[in-house]
Design a protein around this ligand. Structure first.
Ligand code: PBG
Length: 324
């Protein structure tokens, strides 16, 4: 191949030609919107570190769900902030826990909207760790039954997909057995297979009040330095029955998304996390980055790397713009 026979600029001359040559598209249906649910009534609480993101009480979710459905988004992923926390995160697996209530309210209002529920204990434990915490350590095997119970209660509340984000070993298998034993064999598992111990979760922890009281999550979440280890995590989760897998965060880990895409027979999701959102927003607000273009480019890049679907706090704004 050589110039002047080849002139790549030929296909860049007009928007119609660029559209003809375009390899990757992002549509609202590719995007999943995170929703934070809080106790109380009539609550729409802005999250300070995440402009335009709110925490809603359950009674406010029906309207929110309808708007998300009308925008054509692919679904929602739910996070809960309970009124009370304890050592073992009971709020996560309570039958009328905050996310269980939220899922029921959303399924009542919009039965066809896809509802994913994050499965983790960190928002529900007083120590803020993702599992049972003893002597400065998160106990893996003791945590598994609690995650399994949480998943069963979320399935009972009508969630289509449960998404464990705790990074305990063996949790996908434990959740699958518990769901099947309780008759929820049709509930899917989206595993946060390659979830890194990332500083980019900072704003989320403000929103979800889930910062560990002591220590950090490096004893269970992955070391940001490791790419090949992600493949081991993915293989294990697939062998335990994961229906979908996720890489998180997204933009700083595009190589991991690509590697996941190459080995995964199941859909690959990527989570454009809170810090990615807040970082872009901060620059947008200062006029340093162009809002529409940078949002779209960030999503296209994540899709191009290999993510089939993207969880993003930009989902609603992106859909509003493309739908005019
Ligand atoms: C729960 C969980 C976290 C996120 C998703 N699920 C926080 C964490 O692991 O500390 C982060 C999402 C985001 O930053 O947007 N474990």
């Amino acid at each position: 191949m050589a110039f002047p026979e080849h002139r790549p600029r030929r296909l860049r001359r007009t928007e119609a030609l660029r559209r003809l040559a375009r390899e990757t598209r992002v549509e609202p249906a590719d995007l999943i919107y995170p929703l934070f649910c809080v106790a109380g009534h009539g609550q729409t609480q802005p999250v300070e570190s995440m402009p335009r993101v709110n925490r809603y009480s359950v009674d406010r979710l029906a309207a929110e769900a309808k708007e998300i459905q009308d925008l054509g988004l692919g679904g929602v992923i739910l996070f809960g902030i309970p009124d009370e926390k304890d050592a073992v995160g009971s709020g996560a697996y309570a039958r009328d826990g905050i996310v269980q209530q939220a899922a029921r309210a959303i399924k009542d209002a919009t039965p066809d909207l896809l509802v994913i529920a994050d499965v983790c204990l960190c928002e529900y434990t007083d120590h803020g760790h993702c599992g049972v915490y003893e002597a400065g350590e998160v106990r893996n095997d003791e945590t598994l039954p609690l995650l399994a119970r949480t998943s069963v209660e979320l399935a009972r509340a009508g969630c289509d997909v449960v998404a464990p984000s705790d990074m305990m070993d063996g949790r996908v298998g434990a959740i699958r057995s518990a769901l099947d034993a309780e008759g929820f064999d049709e509930t899917s598992i989206l595993s946060y297979a390659a979830k890194y111990a990332s500083a980019f979760y900072g704003p989320f922890r403000d929103a979800a009040e889930s910062t560990p009281q002591s220590g950090d999550r490096r004893g269970y979440q992955m070391d940001p330095a490791n790419g090949r280890e992600a493949l081991l995590e993915i293989e294990l989760d697939l062998s335990e029955g994961a229906d979908l897998i996720m890489v998180k965060p997204a933009m700083p880990y595009l190589d991991v998304i690509r590697a996941a895409r190459e080995i995964s027979p199941v859909p690959v999701l990527a989570y454009q996390v809170s810090g990615e959102y807040s970082m872009l927003h901060a620059a947008i607000e200062r006029g340093w980055l162009d809002e529409d273009r940078v949002i779209e480019e960030s999503l296209v890049a994540i899709r191009r790397a290999g993510a089939d679907r993207v969880i993003s706090y930009f989902a609603k704004d992106f859909a509003r713009r493309v739908r005019g």
